[in-house]
Write a protein that binds this ligand. Sequence first.
Ligand SMILES: CC(C)(COP(=O)(O)OP(=O)(O)OC[C@H]1O[C@@H](n2cnc3c(N)ncnc32)[C@H](O)[C@@H]1OP(=O)(O)O)[C@@H](O)C(=O)NCCC(=O)NCCS
Length: 154
Amino acid sequence: MRIRKFRKGDERQCSAILLKSFHWYFELKGSRWLRKKFSAACIAGEAKNGISLVAVDDDDIVGYCHAGISGYGAAYLSTIGISPGARHRGTGSRLLGELETRCRKRGVRKLWLMVTHINTEAIEFYRRNGYSREGLVRDLTLEGAHEIIMSKHF
Ligand SMILES: CC(C)(COP(=O)(O)OP(=O)(O)OC[C@H]1O[C@@H](n2cnc3c(N)ncnc32)[C@H](O)[C@@H]1OP(=O)(O)O)[C@@H](O)C(=O)NCCC(=O)NCCS
């Protein structure tokens, strides 16, 4: 498995991974906005701002992540998703680690993210990767879905 920069043409595979990864969210009422955000067109668009990376296994994309970089030394991890069949092998941690390295090289002091309170696997994943909880924003992306703010200070 290797990590490389997102390239034009990767967006369809990345979109398919994200749509599978967040299937639980799409069952909630009002979740259509996320389908749009995970469309191939949006993924190709966000790659023009910040850092987009993919994890590749035998020429197949198995993971995707993106972070937007601010002008004040912080970056926001907007998305990370690993293909269900490729999880629990350290792929997510490697992808996140490479994103952190590239952020640091660009002067980022702090990487932060939001994770839905019921997404316990992802909360544990971030905790194991050195992220701490900073707060909670209630009913943010959907009524009844509360976003936990987590961050890592380099
Ligand atoms: C969260 C995610 C990116 C982790 O990817 P991954 O490749 O499995 O990550 P790693 O193999 O590096 O896992 C590191 C640790 O995270 C935690 N973890 C990951 N998935 C877990 C799960 N389903 N249940 C419990 N802990 C889990 C564990 O501590 C795991 O260590 P372990 O595999 O030794 O138990 C992946 O599960 C995913 O794509 N989830 C769906 C999308 C998502 O929720 N993204 C984050 C939204 S904010």
